[in-house]
Design a protein around this ligand. Structure first.
Ligand code: QAP
Ligand code: CO
Length: 175
């Protein structure tokens, strides 16, 4: 089931998410709904707060070389912790909660991620490239941070102006 996506400037996107302690059927159903929401919205990553659930949960499904997303490549990441951050990489990021805006953002090039899967089992992965960028982007959501906060003052001003204009035209379209 697709869930409604919370969009900027909704204040809920600023909330700090809390640890997951129960790995039960409700969690599994929520993860499945997050997947439907991400795929139907043409996303590659989604954090729980983007569908108004304040829990430390994110999902990622990085497309293959052909640009296809496969369920087998889905990562369900719960209570994540980053370490061994190395190097730097610039990547053009977007966000389902900031529709139709994309900008170059600097991140670490390599990270190690410890997390729990849907059964509460401890997992570790080493990431680089797009996966590494996406992990850092989604982890920021768990601490109430958006990629637009990394923009320079000038670019942020430009974003706010363009985004407001776009939201206005979207409202008109809908009415
Ligand atoms: C985060 O973002 C990300 O504006 C995931 O109209 C992005 O899935 C990590 C999307 C880039 C690493 C690199 C955005 C879909 C999807 C939009 C997304 C839109 C439709 C964003
Ligand atoms: Co995002």
């Amino acid at each position: 089931m697709k869930l409604p996506v919370v969009v900027y400037p909704d204040k809920r996107l600023k909330l700090i998410s809390t640890e997951v302690t129960e790995f039960d059927a409700d969690l599994h159903e929520f993860l499945d709904n997050m997947y439907d929401t991400m795929i139907e919205s043409n996303g590659i990553g989604l954090a729980a707060i983007q569908v108004a659930i304040q829990k430390r949960i994110l999902i990622l499904c990085i497309p293959n070389e052909e640009g296809e997303q496969h369920y087998e490549d889905l990562l369900e990441i719960i209570n994540p912790v980053l370490s061994n951050e190395q190097g730097s990489i610039v990547y053009q990021e977007g966000c389902l909660s900031v529709p139709s805006f994309y900008e170059d953002i600097e991140r670490h090039e390599k990270v190690t991620l410890d997390y729990q899967d849907r059964h509460g089992k401890a997992q570790r992965l080493e990431a680089e490239g797009l996966l590494c960028v996406a992990i850092q982007h989604e982890l920021d959501h768990l601490d109430g941070k958006l990629f637009i906060e990394k923009l320079s003052y000038i670019r942020r001003k430009k974003f706010e102006k363009e985004y407001k204009k776009l939201q206005k035209s979207k409202k008109k379209e809908a009415s």
